[in-house]
Ligand binder design. Structure first.
Ligand SMILES: Cc1cc2nc3c(=O)[nH]c(=O)nc-3n(C[C@H](O)[C@H](O)[C@H](O)COP(=O)(O)O)c2cc1C
Length: 202
């Protein structure tokens, strides 16, 4: 949408309303059916529109669905056992169950390359922007989603299980599904005061 492209003011209002209405949905409130292949592809296309200094294209997404979820869940449990041998059985069970409860998990990572003009932080920011686009795109298509991290994201065993290269940094998992009936109230949205200020002319 851009000025003069023929989009109606109604379409513009609807786009803003959709963006303002996005909220994360806890993974335990997400259920089948998940988005279909075309909807996933649309969301990924939106993700790949992230701003990208130097065309580094750092964003990587790995789709985990169907039977692959069990493999992922086992990897989470095995890695947690090694990280924290004293972890309670209930905690391990929670880790095991979560990816199986949702129809789709997308692992997001950044492939970081050295570029004197584009420090790694900018490549991470670009990937964060891509993940945000992904969340918005699933929301607009009527699905719930949430970006989760936790210790497994920083565990080399999980990076290996997902086949990440040595130059890739895992940034989280986007859990996606149909929003179940009971969803807790979203966090209160902040007012702009305190976050936004205007630089005054001297
Ligand atoms: C990088 C990143 C990692 C996050 N990891 C977790 C997490 O591990 N567990 C969690 O409950 N929320 C996590 N969150 C927060 C949720 O994704 C979500 O933003 C939060 O529940 C607030 O909901 P909202 O997006 O509707 O404001 C993470 C957010 C970001 C940006």
């Amino acid at each position: 949408m851009k000025p003069g492209d023929g989009a109606t003011s109604e379409a513009r209002r609807a786009a803003i309303k959709a963006l303002l209405g996005r909220r994360s949905v806890p993974a335990q409130c997400l259920t089948a059916p998940g988005p279909d292949a075309a909807q996933i592809a649309t969301a990924l296309d939106v993700a790949l529109r992230a701003p990208d200094h130097g065309r580094m294209q750092p964003w990587r997404f790995r789709i985990i669905r169907g039977a692959a979820r069990a493999k992922f869940s086992e990897a989470l449990v095995a890695a947690a056992r090694v990280r924290e041998p004293s972890l309670a059985a209930a905690q391990l069970e929670k880790l095991r169950a979560r990816p199986l409860q949702v129809p789709l998990v997308i692992a997001a990572s950044a492939r970081l390359r050295d570029n004197p003009k584009v420090p790694h932080i900018e490549q991470l920011l670009s990937t964060g922007a891509a993940v945000m686009n992904l969340l918005n795109a699933f929301h607009v298509q009527g699905y719930g989603a949430i970006w989760l991290t936790g210790p497994s994201v920083y565990d080399p065993a999980i990076a290996a299980a997902l086949g990440l290269g040595g130059d890739e940094q895992l940034l989280g998992f986007v859990y996606v599904g149909t929003v179940g009936a009971v969803v807790p109230t979203a966090p209160e949205r902040p007012a702009q005061a305190g976050f936004v200020s205007e630089i005054q002319p001297d």
